[in-house]
Design a protein around this ligand. Structure first.
Ligand code: HEM
Length: 400
């Protein structure tokens, strides 16, 4: 973008210079002619100010022999090599900020074409735009993409070696209300917004490697534009529903007895042993809640709000956007990896889990096998088996 602008600027200034160079040559010729004296046009060239044309054949290459040549300012260079603006462009490339009459509050970077040098983590010391590009292309894209694929592969291997975690005992037909309609509405709003964000984000970041060669530039460009627009709108919906999900499920995600034991046994997932008893949510779910929903949620949402320019009072400079982008990209890759595990166990990974979040009810056998302490509390009457006004799921009787 900046290169294009610079090119347009250079072409425009060359044309302007050319036009000015053409114009004054005609004016002085009139006087001597009137006096009947023939004077060579060059000798009469005006010493007017402003932009001067320069014949490329008159540039003096030997001027570079001066030991101070490299230290010359643009004005000094113009005296020995008119039209050579290298000192000015060198300064521009080093991030110098020139004068701009535009107000700082509205155009904070109007006087600056190329950002100053920085070294972002993982980049060389170079101008910030290039440093950001290096972090994105050399780290976030290859390592973020690899991590995502490794997690996908690990889940696939787990699925093909262990299969779906099944309920061992027979269903009793007695149901416990695991999620109220409000909890399910909050969860699914969040999950739908998350899916839109994850798919559109993946296409924006990695689509050029796996979709562009298949779809071609025209369709890929259009698709990415649509997905980018959806991403920008789904972001705030995700943020709001995430806050609701957080407060809805907070009460049952505090550390409780049995959590450490559950973690020490890896939930029985790896060894294939008995699933350790847990409360309404097990320690694995709690880790995803605090790590994914709470911590990564704050990082992802706040950096996303910066990228959407939704935070009032913040000055959105290029460096602000670069930093927000790097933070957002790293946090979202981690979040997607965490939620891949959650989505796996919530769908094909565990029998009865998806039905629980879809209908709100689980069988007593499922509750006893996967969340034994919670089941005990329900049986003891500490937690009601039916929390909302009973609505029998089709063909099933709800135990009040
Ligand atoms: C996109 C597909 C998703 C599917 C299929 C899915 C599925 C499920 C299922 C089946 C449960 C019930 C688990 C149980 O009974 O213990 C659940 C619980 C939950 N899900 Fe999801 N989910 C998805 C996305 C998300 C997202 C994006 C978030 C948050 C960012 C999320 C946050 C939660 C929370 C907080 C719980 C309650 C468990 C806890 O608090 O530890 N889910 N999900």
């Amino acid at each position: 973008m900046f290169r294009a602008r610079t090119a347009i600027f250079l072409i425009a200034s060359s044309l302007a210079g050319f036009a000015v160079a053409q114009a004054p040559a005609k004016q002085p010729a009139a006087a001597p002619q009137a006096a009947g004296v023939a004077v060579p046009a060059q000798a009469t060239a005006p010493a007017a100010g402003g932009i001067q044309g320069q014949n490329i054949f008159e540039v003096k290459p030997e001027a570079s022999a001066d030991p101070n040549y490299a230290k010359q300012s643009n004005g000094e260079r113009a005296k020995v090599q008119p039209g050579n603006n290298a000192p000015m462009w060198r300064q521009v490339g080093e991030g110098v900020t020139g004068y701009s009459s535009l107000p700082k509050s509205e155009a904070p970077e109007a006087g600056n074409l190329i950002q100053p040098f920085v070294q972002y983590p993982g980049s060389r010391l170079t101008n910030a735009g290039e440093a950001w590009r290096q972090v994105r292309n050399n780290w976030i894209i290859p390592y973020g993409g690899s991590l995502f694929l490794i997690v996908l592969l690990a889940i696939a291997i787990f699925y093909y070696s262990k299969g779906t975690i099944k309920t061992h005992g027979a269903d009793t037909g007695r149901k416990i209300e695991r999620f109220t309609p409000f909890e399910r509405a909050a969860h699914w709003s969040n999950a739908i917004a998350f899916s839109i964000l994850a798919i559109s984000g993946l296409v924006m970041a990695f689509g050029k490697f796996f979709l562009l060669p298949v779809l071609g530039g025209a369709i890929f460009g259009w698709l990415t534009w649509v997905l980018k627009t959806m991403h920008n709108f789904a972001g705030p919906l995700f943020a709001v529903s995430l806050v609701i999900v957080f407060f809805t499920f907070l009460r049952d995600n505090w550390p409780q007895k049995g959590d450490l034991h559950w973690l020490a046994k890896g939930g029985g997932l790896i060894t294939g042993g008995e699933e350790p008893p847990s409360n309404r949510f097990n320690a694995g779910e709690k880790l995803i809640f605090w790590g994914g929903v709470f911590f990564l949620g704050i990082v992802v949402v706040s950096s996303g709000f910066v990228l959407d320019k939704l935070l009032p009072g913040l000055i959105y400079e290029r460096s602000t956007m670069q930093i927000a982008h790097m933070v957002h990209a790293v946090a979202t890759v981690l979040m997607m990896c965490m939620f891949l595990g959650h989505i796996y166990l919530g769908t094909i990974g565990m029998q009865g889990a998806y039905k629980a979040m879809r209908t709100g009810y689980v069988d007593e056998t499922w509750a006893r096998e996967h969340h034994e302490y919670w089941y005990d509390d329900v049986k003891a009457g500490t937690i009601p088996a039916q929390r909302t006004k009973p609505v029998d799921p089709p063909g099933q009787t709800v135990q009040a």
